[in-house]
Design a protein around this ligand. Structure first.
Ligand SMILES: *Cc1c(COP(=O)(O)O)cnc(C)c1O
Length: 428
């Protein structure tokens, strides 16, 4: 098991040196708890692994994984760039202190207004379609801009069909075989294409599909260089590095991964005479996924046709199990290392039968009032939370060596009605 669970003298789960049971009591549940140092360690481990093999290297945090401003600020402090996928993410990144040059905007199906917003913000633009290129060329301020293109390298990978973003079924990027033509078109339209990008999927724990995408993108870059005369400043392989969610999975060996990718990268740079462009990756999940747990309280133990532990979080709080069928490891915060003595379904409080965190999960004894910790809840967790069933969104607490800060307050009922108006004629 690869989860590094730590306990204190009471036997309670520790997160960033704070007692999980104590946090649940102080701040209420459901509660997202984020370990600051884990984010910093994840960043440094990944960054240094690549930097050691290829110094001209940059990382762009794919902030859709977790857009809390404090989380963004931590990564800003570490020197990261940002991969933004919407105007809202550009806005958030600027607010968190990232300079526009450190933000790469990879939108898909963007409107003219969104393109204009991105241009005016001064961020770097990574284009997803010919349509975008043509519409960008009509924005006067975009004249002569440096741009890049997202290419679909016809390779896809990921932990679920919804997370495969390359290959023939994917909506993302320009077709690989069109690349030369599209770069030529960009030059004719007065742009300066300086980068090439791909992002094939998410949750990848095996170097092979990633290597295949690197190989394909480099072959495309080589062709674009030769046939369209593009000099690349950067080549970006996107994100997708996975983390283990189940006890059976193991961590990707990051040093081995970096070495393999860089070896291939260098060989291809040489093969196509591409110079030494900046190598970029865009990790999201890897940086923040294992840095957070979701604490939730067991409010009901119920023996129906099956045995259920009912908790006060649901797919409104953490969507991944329902949306992707994802496994999240769950431990009791007061007995995280205890042996399992039963199998039990762990269900949320949303009125939908798909609202299940686990089916037939081996667990130790759990009682009403116990706190459960749902692990690996740092990525695509709060950022996908909703108010479904009129449940206010939970709070987020950042822990740093035992010190705690509330980095997002728990919503109240009043927040459910933000922006709603009832027409006066209905107020009779
Ligand atoms: C989502 C996304 C990423 C990050 O994916 P992870 O699996 O979280 O690493 C990187 N680049 C782009 C363009 C994305 O859309």
């Amino acid at each position: 098991m690869d989860f590094d669970l730590k306990t204190n003298e009471k036997g309670n789960l520790k997160i960033g040196e704070a007692d999980a049971v104590d946090l649940a009591e102080r701040f209420g549940t459901p509660l997202y708890v984020i370990d600051e140092n884990r984010i910093r360690d994840n960043y440094k481990r990944l960054y240094n692994a690549f930097k050691d093999y290829y110094p001209n290297f940059k990382m762009f945090y794919a902030c859709k994984a977790n857009t809390n401003l404090a989380v963004m600020k931590i990564l800003e402090n570490e020197g990261s760039g940002i991969d933004a996928v919407s105007p809202g993410e550009i806005y958030t990144s600027l607010l968190a202190g990232f300079e526009p040059e450190r933000i790469l905007y990879t939108g898909n199906n963007v409107t003219d207004e969104e393109l204009k917003f991105a241009v005016e913000s001064g961020v770097r633009l990574n284009l997803d379609s010919i349509s975008q290129l043509k519409r960008l060329s009509k924005i006067p301020e975009a004249k002569g801009m440096e741009i890049s293109f997202r290419v679909n390298p016809m390779v896809g990978a990921g932990h679920h069909d919804h997370c495969i973003t390359g290959g023939p079924l994917s909506k993302f990027g320009i077709k690989e075989e069109e690349a030369v033509e599209v770069y030529k078109m960009a030059i004719e339209l007065g742009f300066k294409p300086v980068g090439i990008h791909s992002h094939i999927g998410s949750g990848i724990l095996d170097p092979e599909p990633f290597m295949l995408a690197v190989r394909t993108l480099m072959d495309t870059a080589g062709k674009v260089h030769k046939e369209a005369g593009v000099e690349f400043d950067f080549i970006d392989f996107g994100g997708g590095i996975g983390i283990p969610y189940t006890p059976e999975e193991s961590k990707l060996d990051i040093n081995d991964f970096a070495e393999k990718i860089v070896d291939l990268y260098k060989a291809k740079l040489e093969e196509y005479d591409l110079g030494t462009p900046t190598m970029c990756i865009e990790p999201g999940r890897y940086l923040v996924g294992d840095a957070s747990v979701l604490l939730t309280k067991v409010n009901t133990i119920k023996q129906s046709y099956r045995k259920f532990a009912g908790v006060d979080a649901g797919f409104n709080t953490l969507l991944r199990p329902t949306m992707y069928g994802s496994y999240h490891h769950i431990v009791s915060a007061s007995t995280p290392l205890a042996e399992s003595t039963q199998t039990i379904d762990i269900a949320g409080d949303v009125c939908e039968s798909g609202d299940l965190f686990a089916r037939e999960r081996p667990m130790p004894e759990i009682e009403e009032g116990d706190i459960l910790a749902i692990l690996n809840a740092g990525a695509y967790a709060f950022s996908m939370a909703s108010q479904y069933n009129s449940r206010p969104k939970p709070a987020e607490v950042l822990v740093n060596n035992g010190e705690t800060d509330v980095i997002r307050e728990r919503e109240t009922f009043a927040d459910l009605f933000n922006k709603q108006n009832v027409p006066v004629r209905l107020l009779k």
